[in-house]
Design a protein. Structure first.
Lengths: 112, 112
DNA sequence: CCCTATAGGTAGCAACGCAACCTATAGGAG
DNA sequence: CTCCTATAGGTTGCGTTGCTACCTATAGGG
């Protein structure tokens, strides 16, 4: 996947990874890798700054803990975060429809 | 549509708009607006620099003409441009599948 | 005479994701 | 005992990109 393709869509992915339950940064990385069958495997230099950004924006709330001698920062969605996630989802749907139309491809997954 | 969402996907849209037949910049803008029912209506400050970029990259070839007293620069896809368009299309499919999976939304267009 | 649509363009900015790099612990391999 | 890997956190700086704001020019209608 080309590098720039993700721009503007990363926040939604991170919020979605935190929807089910709180996770620490590394677990978010793994969750994204697993749910996308390895298609989205983000470097930590992408994950951590993005989580800081989301926390500053009040969409997620972080807390430190220590598990097995390693310090962890767990994040959970705030109310604003859930609202934002929902907005990201509808935004993605509209975006995907528009790009698909402009590219002139079948609506996907091209069953036929 | 949020500004950053388009990053990395614009080139494919422009190439697709030129696939059927050559168009000048303004016509590309209109073509995108029409095929997406107004969802993608790009400012000229986005269109023209992007076309220059694609021309520098050898994906499109431009030529000047004068129609009705107005000068026009028409662009057509090069062979490399057609290859690139095909790459953009498969890239988009994979990207859309990955993001949709990560967001945990229905495969879309959610027929059911 | 002015305004709008058409047609081209440029300069500079802000945001973003990434590469590259750094620290530290637990546990297994040798 | 030592080294390597996986886990877990982080930062700095860069390149790319699309957009805003602005500029020029013509044709045609009010």
């Amino acid at each position: 996947m080309r590098a720039e393709a993700l721009k503007g869509h990363l926040d939604g992915l991170l919020l979605a990874a935190l929807e089910e339950r709180p996770r620490h940064g590394y677990a978010v990385k793994e969750a994204l890798r697993d749910t996308t069958e390895g298609r989205i495997d983000l470097p930590t230099g992408t994950i951590y700054p993005a989580l800081h950004r989301l926390e500053r924006a009040g969409l997620i709330a972080g807390s430190w803990s220590v598990v097995g001698g390693r310090r962890r920062r767990s994040y959970e969605l705030t109310a604003a975060g859930r609202t934002a996630l929902s907005r990201e989802r509808t935004g993605w749907q509209e975006f995907a429809i528009a790009i698909t139309a402009a590219l002139g491809t079948r609506p996907w997954p091209a069953t036929s």
